[in-house]
Design a protein around this ligand. Structure first.
Ligand code: ASP
Length: 332
């Protein structure tokens, strides 16, 4: 038990009625005031921003990353809670996790119901996040997501419900811990590859796009992303990672232009795998696409972004190596 810093970024947990709909506008102190603070925990609030998370930019996410590292420079801090909109929480959580090289927990949370909702889920989620962030049992577990009585590893965890309280899960894995009757029950320690160094200040921010394959799709949108200057493209393929011979040709051309192409799937759970040819993952991998295991589109994009930020200029091989490192895959 000890000192936790809450970094407030907005989201539904900080949202109030604006006359036509809800939007984030509350400060971190107002959000904190709704929650019971676990015994023995002291809290300091850092107000970073108050926005709905669908509006976040790479610049915002890097500001959050730097703030986390600045806060952790203080050895008196035992852990961090980030309050965040649920819509893109999985993306920010994964970016933080990729660069987290500190045993102290960083725990993201939010809410499905707004700040002033009677029986809202924000107070409980924030309490549980404070408990997790101050827990010695979660040291060395990386960046975590506390939501609806469970604590998940950042890597692999996605938003799985648009409205229901159990908004987050790893469809290919299992929770790291449960919170029951105010107590934390730790179940497992997530596997995490070596963290990446922080991107250098002033690094140009690369464009990274996501393109989804479907019946009757052609390579037009993938090519448009490349023509728009994308340094990376995530191809959300069908099944275990399949598209068409035409998409394979477009991937090959993109890779030849130095674009990092990552392959994930529309299917909720399971890894992408090299099984099929005639446009399948066998051919996409041969064309230079990097398979992203069980990461889904938003987190695959963050892995590509981190790789592009690590090597803003120079060789494609360096970026591919950084992407494989972010994926925890062998460097080959
Ligand atoms: N639209 C909100 C956001 O992501 C949703 C939420 O926080 O639950 O900011």
């Amino acid at each position: 038990m000890g000192q936790v810093v809450v970094i407030s970024t907005g989201g539904t947990i900080a949202s109030r009625w604006q006359g036509s709909g809800f939007a984030a506008d509350a400060r971190g102190g107002d959000v904190l005031a709704t929650a019971a603070v676990p015994d023995g925990v002291t809290v300091r609030v850092v107000d970073l921003m108050s926005v709905n998370s669908a509006r976040l930019t790479t610049r915002d996410q890097l500001a959050l990353l730097r703030t986390v590292h600045e806060v952790l420079a203080d050895p008196a801090v035992d852990g961090i809670v980030v309050t965040h909109g649920t819509d893109t929480l999985e993306e920010s959580a994964f970016l933080l996790d990729l660069h987290h090289h500190d045993p102290r927990p960083v725990v993201l949370t939010g809410a499905q119901l707004p700040l002033e909702a009677p029986d809202g889920d924000g107070p409980r989620n924030l309490h549980d996040a404070l408990l997790a962030a101050s827990s010695a049992a979660l040291r060395g577990h990386g960046v975590l997501v506390a939501f609806d009585g469970q604590v998940h590893a950042a890597r692999g965890t996605i938003k799985v419900q648009t409205l229901a309280a159990d908004a987050f899960a790893d469809p290919s894995g299992s929770p790291v811990a449960d919170v029951k009757d105010g107590r934390l029950l730790v179940r497992r320690r997530p596997d995490r590859p070596q963290p990446l160094p922080l991107p250098a200040a002033g690094t140009p921010l690369p464009r990274v796009d996501i393109v989804t394959h479907h019946c009757d799709a052609d390579p037009l949108l993938l090519n448009a992303a490349v023509d728009a200057g994308a340094r990376g493209v995530v191809l959300v393929a069908t099944g275990a990672g399949n598209a068409t011979p035409e998409v394979v040709a477009a991937v090959e051309a993109a890779v030849a232009r130095g674009v990092l192409v990552a392959l994930t799937t529309r299917v909720p759970a399971g890894p992408v795998a090299e099984i099929y040819t005639h446009g399948g993952a066998v051919d996409l991998a041969a064309a230079g696409a990097v398979l992203t295991g069980t990461l889904r589109a938003g987190q695959a994009r963050i892995a590509v972004l981190a790789a592009a930020l690590a090597h803003p200029t120079g060789d494609t091989d360096d970026r591919t190596h950084a992407l494989r490192r972010a994926l925890g895959a062998p460097a080959a």
